[in-house]
Design a protein around this ligand. Structure first.
Ligand SMILES: C[S@@+](CC[C@H](N)C(=O)[O-])C[C@H]1O[C@@H](n2cnc3c(N)ncnc32)[C@H](O)[C@@H]1O
Length: 353
């Protein structure tokens, strides 16, 4: 039985990962003992129960701070420098069958130094495992994916995640190229949010075709740039200046107003909000927009510079759920600590019904 759960996260968010997974494990009646070093970018959860059950029963998309996860074998800590595979192959045969192997490392400065080692070992491992019939061909269908998470040349973790209940991306990281024409790096947050919250096949329907949007706290315009790129007509609300290039598109109206008081004249398709303020203030604004039906969908950030980040997030999301349920409004609310988010999370509220 596999008893270890490896959780990867942004460095510094290990305790948030622990809190949310511990909450879910509690609901399943499975206790666990987390081990982590602050800033290490990962947590190893030792469970008093079956890690394969836990990783199938907790919906991965309901987790906010966990970027990637796998149920793993006990850590390999003293690998020989020659012929590491001889030590690894037998235990790997205990794992469910896979057709793909992700090479991973902690997302930290030290971790990244081991990436090329991890990639090379993963490639040698996959080749040998396929030769021995332990791993299927790359294009074969398997319900599980294998992970090789390397901490150093001597220390690795090996595990599996369900293909349909984990990130398909190594380390759960969506790497996006910064579009040179965008006015700020923040633009990548909204682009990544779309990748995470909206299935790509639905982008034309939900983002394209001349939709309308309000961007609260828009300056200098990185998020507005993404909305314009999809063909939207945008009202950008901010007292600060918007990039001239955006204003030249003819798709942007700049309202020099306070985002906490601005009201749209007509309902719009999208409201997005990247205002740097207290999470409770942003949540209250999101509720105004939802209860007044001023938009169909929202993407907003909750900034988290405080100590009790998990408690703050849970409180604000619960507040939204409570208010919308009492008002009888159907909704879907999801949240994610995106790769391009720093001390903040990104939320999506879908009110289309
Ligand atoms: C993180 S920046 C937004 C960056 C923007 N999303 C982008 O991609 O370029 C936050 C913005 O919120 C604006 N802001 C803060 N408080 C505001 C308020 N009460 N009303 C309107 N804008 C506000 C600031 O002027 C700042 O431009």
């Amino acid at each position: 039985m596999l008893r270890h759960l490896l959780l990867q996260c942004r460095s510094g968010f290990e305790s948030e990962c622990v809190s949310e997974v511990a909450d879910h494990c509690g609901e399943l009646g499975i206790a666990g003992f987390p081990r982590f070093e602050p800033g290490s970018g990962f947590v190893l959860f030792e469970l008093y129960g079956d890690a394969l059950t836990v990783i199938q029963r907790i919906p991965f998309r309901s987790l906010i701070f966990v970027r990637q996860w796998c149920a793993c074998l006990p850590p390999f800590d003293n690998l020989p420098t020659h012929d590491r595979l001889s030590v690894l192959l037998e235990p790997i045969k205990e794992l469910p069958q896979t057709a793909e192997l992700l090479a991973e490392v902690p997302d930290t400065t030290e971790g990244r130094e081991v990436l090329s080692f991890s990639t090379k070992l993963a490639s040698a491992m996959a080749q040998t495992l396929r030769q021995q019939g332990v791993m299927l061909a790359r294009k074969a269908k398997a319900d599980w994916r294998m992970h090789l998470f390397s901490l150093s040349g001597q220390s690795v973790l090996i595990g599996v995640s369900p293909r349909r209940n984990a990130s398909a991306l190594a380390m759960g990281i969506r790497r996006l190229k910064f579009p040179g024409a965008a006015p700020s790096r923040s633009t990548l947050k909204l682009e990544e949010a779309w990748h995470w919250f909206i299935p790509q096949a639905q982008w034309p329907d939900r983002l394209g075709g001349g939709k309308t949007a309000v961007d609260l706290g828009a300056a200098p315009g990185g998020w507005t740039w993404q909305l314009v790129k999809q063909g939207m007509f945008v009202t950008s609300v901010d007292n600060g200046p918007m990039a001239e290039t955006l204003m030249d598109t003819g798709q942007v109206t700049h309202e020099k107003a306070d985002a906490f008081y601005f009201q749209p004249i007509k309902s719009v398709n999208w409201m997005v909000c990247d205002v740097a303020d207290k999470p409770a203030r942003v949540t209250s604004r999101v509720l105004d927009w939802a209860l007044n039906r001023w938009c169909d969908e929202m993407i907003f950030n909750l900034k988290l510079p405080m100590k009790k980040r998990y408690a703050e997030v849970s409180q604000n999301l619960a507040w939204i759920e409570q208010e919308l349920s009492s008002a009888g409004i159907a909704y879907q609310l999801s949240a994610r600590h995106l790769y391009h988010d720093r001390e903040e999370i990104t939320c999506h509220l879908d009110l289309r019904q």
